[in-house]
Write a protein that binds this ligand. Structure first.
Ligand code: SME
Length: 163
């Protein structure tokens, strides 16, 4: 297994170098859990984010349909289930679009898994037009995410990686 080569520099440079490496790392792997695990690890290693991971849409009879359930992640322990429309993750699922939160304390209904989390981005994963998972990244710095993260992460998750 080759390791990830981390380029130092501004965010754009890191993504430019990292995204092709993630595509190479996941190429040919048909298991979504394995790919989610390596994507989480690569993003955490490259950027040093506080928490990086996936929540997966799963059938949940007690929630009259489905919930987001914790999937592969890197970082401290996190809440395991998030209902439709709840928190930043549930909102991104409901809206079926990425959500950037510059200051989590200003986001109504934010689910605080850790008081050290200050800003957040959540990017949906689509299959046949449906949200099947979300990628959630938390930072311990305020305003750590912008349109560049959104653009690169959406590009990554809409590539042909099996997720
Ligand atoms: N803050 C998220 C919950 C997940 S943890 O941050 C890992 C939310 O509001 O959906």
């Amino acid at each position: 297994m080759e390791s990830i080569n981390i380029v130092k520099g501004d965010k754009e440079k890191v993504y430019e170098s990292l995204i092709p490496q993630i595509l190479a790392l996941t190429e040919g792997e048909r298991d979504s859990i394995a790919n989610m695990a390596n994507i989480s690890a690569a993003l955490k290693e490259a950027f040093g984010f506080w928490w990086v991971g996936f929540y997966i849409v799963r059938a949940d009879a007690s929630q009259h349909g489905s919930s987001l359930v914790l999937g592969p992640f890197q970082g401290p322990v996190a809440c395991t289930r998030i209902t439709f429309g709840r928190g930043v993750c549930g909102t991104a699922w409901k809206l079926a679009e990425s959500v950037i939160v510059p200051d989590v304390e200003q986001f109504p209904g934010h689910i605080a898994c850790s008081s050290l989390s200050k800003s957040e981005i959540v990017v949906p994963v689509f299959r046949n037009g449906e949200v099947v998972a979300v990628l959630d990244i938390d930072s311990d710095k305020l305003e750590d995410f912008d349109e560049r993260d959104k653009m690169w992460l959406e590009r990554l998750l809409s590539s042909n990686i099996v997720l």
